[in-house]
Design a protein around this ligand. Sequence first.
Ligand code: NAP
Length: 257
Amino acid sequence: MSKHSINGKVVLIAGGVKNLGGLLARDLAQQGAKAVVVHYNSASSQGDANATAAALEALGTQAVVLQADLTTAGAVEKLFSDAVAAVGRPDIAINTVGKVLKKPMAEITEAEYDEMMAVNSKTAFFFLKEAGKHLNDNGKICTIVTSLLGAFTPFYAAYAGSKAPVEQFTRAAAKELGARGISVTAVGPGPMDTPFFYPAEGQDAVNYHKTAAALSPFSRTGLTDIEDVVPFIRNLVSDGWWVTGQTILINGGYTTK
Ligand SMILES: NC(=O)c1ccc[n+]([C@@H]2O[C@H](COP(=O)([O-])OP(=O)(O)OC[C@H]3O[C@@H](n4cnc5c(N)ncnc54)[C@H](OP(=O)(O)O)[C@@H]3O)[C@@H](O)[C@H]2O)c1
């Protein structure tokens, strides 16, 4: 078993039962992961959790499903300790947890601000902390952020602003864990064609993203397919381990930095 291959490794994915996280879970199982622990939060994700677990088992990978709201440090610690109890220390930990809010700053309430910070920022911080404590040496950690970190655009102050600290958390964790061979990265997809994208956007914005070829130099829709993001993350958490401390935008040229 090579130090950096996925074959035979233990994987933990927060938000791992559907959309980007669900595809990542299936992909890493296809690469030969020994066990994949997939987390979900909402009761409405239970069906996706069952389907993902069945898909992983069909690929010969041990599947463990854990449910939690991860907005407290204790919940993130429990996620990792339950995963270790079930399948041993992870080699790869990926955090896809996120929540979007599109609103002018003047309309954002204190409760909405606090929720954005809790889901996008606090969860990511404690995920990195617990991953550092629980991962095997030569492990890989990746957090999903957003391509809005490279954008100059209104209405995403709370969403992009609560993902932005992850860039600095990633740098710090990469420095602190590097001596153990652990790489730490963040990936910011472009607006992805998943149910996450649509509720926060008005119809005008959806139409714009779907039709504006100018959003990508590739002259196609500006929306990113999760199938175009997964191979990059797969590489970062395996042979691409030499990339560390960095936040990389995967978006067909939608935004850059
Ligand atoms: N889709 C886009 O346009 C887009 C673009 C750029 C970046 N992103 C980022 O990409 C990531 C994945 O998004 P996606 O499109 O694949 O949608 P998604 O499946 O809805 O991903 C969001 C995940 O966050 C989880 N989550 C939300 N609140 C939580 C909480 N309090 N505790 C624990 N988990 C919680 C959700 O679980 P439950 O649903 O079970 O609550 C879900 O698994 C997110 O971080 C998002 O910010 C998305």
